[in-house]
Ligand binder design. Sequence first.
Ligand SMILES: Cc1cc2nc3c(=O)[nH]c(=O)nc-3n(C[C@H](O)[C@H](O)[C@H](O)COP(=O)(O)OP(=O)(O)OC[C@H]3O[C@@H](n4cnc5c(N)ncnc54)[C@H](O)[C@@H]3O)c2cc1C
Length: 322
Amino acid sequence: MTRDRAIVLGAGVSGLTTAVAMALAGCRVAIYAAEGPAQTTSSLAAAIWHPFYQAPDLVYLARARHTYATMCRLASDAASGVIMKPLTEYFRRDAGEPWWAECAANLERVQDPGMSPRFACAYRMDVPVADTGTYLRYLMNMFLELGGTYVHRCVDDPAPLLDEADVVVNCCGYGSRRFGDDALSLSRAIVLRAARDDTVSGCHIDDSDPALPTYIVERVDDIVLGGTADPDLTSTVIAEPQIRDILHRCNGLCEGACALRVIDARIGFRPIRDKPRVARDDKHARLFHNYGHGGGGFTLSWGCAHDVLRLTGIESAGTGLE
Ligand SMILES: Cc1cc2nc3c(=O)[nH]c(=O)nc-3n(C[C@H](O)[C@H](O)[C@H](O)COP(=O)(O)OP(=O)(O)OC[C@H]3O[C@@H](n4cnc5c(N)ncnc54)[C@H](O)[C@@H]3O)c2cc1C
């Protein structure tokens, strides 16, 4: 039997997940990427499973559910950098359970008399959280162990690569704009990384204001505090008041956040599109796309990789990962 030859462009969470899923399905896969995992937008993410800034959407729900199940499985392997954490999400309007409630385990309404009066209700649930450095390395190692190859290469146009492979999958995130997608834009995000501390535990989110998402994500090695959502801003300068504002907002979710020792402040750029493009190319039948996941690249990763497999017609090996 000849195995399909596939080229996956990009080594962020979308590219690595897609490449692993295709390798598990028996393809001979090469990743071509301009930057390695540690230099990607993915490496800067808080990497909590959560449908950030997302209106109810059935396709999103199916992909998020698939990812949730897969990441729960990965959490049982300590080497993956994925752990299950309690998340408390705060809502300013009481509209009952969140629309994606069915995905998350142990969801319950929180009865917290100490909760700030600006919140109408809160829900607690268990969600997967990834330590990005460890998780992206883990995916890359899994990919290489499955016989995949990694090539450091910037691609100007994916179409000519169809001469080298049966299938090409573009997972270039915002880099896909170079291939002609003007519907893709950026949303700048400022996040802080703080040292772990007993006073702050678990994860806390209030994303009711799309311009000022506030979150605390406790991971294996650090605590990520966020954030901002600044459409089209590209400056990479972080001012002291912006750091103080994030700490102040986080302290409103979990007292003690203000006193955390901040290790660094970082800027990342979410690749925004009205919907992620997970589709066959309009002109080239063997070229596929998987990019534009906005603030949900981790949340959607395994579900989107699964959809890529389905679109290419490559049969899943049924390992439970892809
Ligand atoms: C601060 C921050 C916090 C976030 N927190 C979360 C969160 O908690 N949960 C969540 O689900 N999501 C979160 N996100 C969103 C998530 O990080 C992104 O949706 C995701 O990282 C996008 O991944 P990607 O693999 O598609 O793109 P990227 O990570 O940008 O990777 C793109 C890859 O393509 C390569 N590439 C680009 N152009 C070319 C080219 N021409 N040729 C070859 N290679 C190319 C790059 O080198 C790179 O390897 C966050 C984002 C930010 C910025």
